[in-house]
Design a protein around this ligand. Structure first.
Ligand code: NAD
Length: 332
């Protein structure tokens, strides 16, 4: 049997040991530090939910919005929601419930100055108005104020992450974190990577969503990511079916609930999401891909929006909504 001469064997052993050491050192250096301190910009529906979940899972959170008034309403909303969680979680233990509430609220502070809020943050999650120019302007100023290691993420539903990130110099540390409404209840987060997002930033975002107790799915930076790319054309096709007289909205909703096992029909869902939001999304995609029939606008949707019938939030959309209680249970 051929045996490697002894000096060579020793050299090979040493080379192997060095190789292992280098691999070990480089892989530990490549590991990202855990995200502990986050800044949520926008204290509306989504931002408040994200702040609540992050604070509940032990992260320190700074919630930023444009005025003290909005922030007050936002934190009151979070407190109300946490009280309901505590009541359920500690049904017969009011002291434990109070301790839970205090502990979580202690993790949340507020600020109206975004640039000062991000000075020592690991992650920025942006959940402001769905407008590219406004988001770009915000991130451009945050880019100058935030430390080198800070990762930026947008919760946008319909805008390309690449376009938002282009306002910054940290394209490798920029991704999407697309949460779903209501954030405390919905398990899914779409973690969006652009062609420039580094593996380290992507892993850090994925691990962060897991630390929130959510289920991450990996998405490319394409219109609607995964969920909305399927859901929005489906809702639009339901409107087109109705426009062509193929079925009443009540029958189409019932068909999808009883026939496909969906918890809500497409028209109920449209009213819940908001008709203006749905129109905004489809108009944006139509502008990007005018030839795509799935992204074609709908005259019926446009008419309802022009009349101010935006769904549940205005009391009327495809249906009339006397009160919030009339919505299907799973919406609340
Ligand atoms: N509503 C949903 O179901 C949903 C779901 C997923 C993602 N999103 C996305 O999340 C984002 C926020 O949506 P939302 O429904 O929470 O909106 P929202 O209107 O409830 O809240 C937006 C908040 O951002 C604040 N804001 C606006 N400009 C700001 C700025 N420059 N700096 C700081 N705060 C600012 C507003 O005052 C408001 O409080 C949007 O990009 C939207 O597409 C929404």
């Amino acid at each position: 049997m051929h045996r490697t001469p002894r000096p060579w064997r020793r050299r090979l052993d040493m080379a192997f040991a060095t190789h292992c050491l280098v691999r070990c050192l480089s892989s530990s250096a490549a590991r990202h530090a855990a995200i502990k301190h986050i800044t949520v910009i926008g204290g509306g529906l989504m931002g408040a939910g994200i702040a609540q979940v992050a604070a509940t899972t032990g992260h320190t959170v700074v919630l930023v919005d444009t005025s003290e008034d909005i922030l007050k309403k936002s934190t009151q909303g979070i407190e109300g929601s946490l009280k309901r969680v505590a009541k359920k979680k500690f049904a017969d233990k009011p002291e434990a419930a109070a301790e839970f509430l205090q502990k979580v609220l202690k993790n949340i502070s507020t600020n109206t100055d975004a640039s000062s809020a991000v000075r020592s943050t690991d992650l920025v999650v942006e959940a402001i108005v769905e407008n590219l120019k406004v988001k770009q302007s915000l991130f451009s100023s945050l880019d100058k104020a935030a430390p080198e290691h800070t990762i930026f993420a947008s919760n946008t539903s319909s805008l390309p992450i690449t376009d938002i990130a282009s306002a910054t110099t940290r394209l490798d540390r920029f991704g999407g974190l697309h949460f779903f409404n209501p954030v405390p209840m919905m398990k899914l987060v779409e973690v969006v990577r652009t062609s420039q997002t580094s593996q380290m930033a992507f892993d850090a975002l994925t691990d962060f969503t897991k630390a929130l107790g959510k289920h991450p799915v990996s998405c490319m930076d394409t219109p609607g990511f995964l969920v909305n790319r399927l859901l929005v054309p489906y809702m639009m096709e339901a409107i087109r079916l109705h426009e062509r007289g193929h079925g009443s909205k009540e029958d189409i909703d019932m068909a999808m609930k009883l026939g496909a096992g969906y918890p809500m029909g497409p028209f109920e869902l449209l009213d819940y999401v908001g008709l203006d939001t749905s129109k905004f999304i489809i108009d944006g995609w139509h502008a990007m891909e005018p030839e795509n029939p799935l992204f074609a606008p709908s005259p019926m949707l446009n008419k309802l929006v022009a009349e101010g019938k935006l769904g549940k939030k205005t009391g009327e959309g495809f249906y009339k909504h006397k009160s919030f209680k009339e919505m299907p249970r799973q919406c609340r």
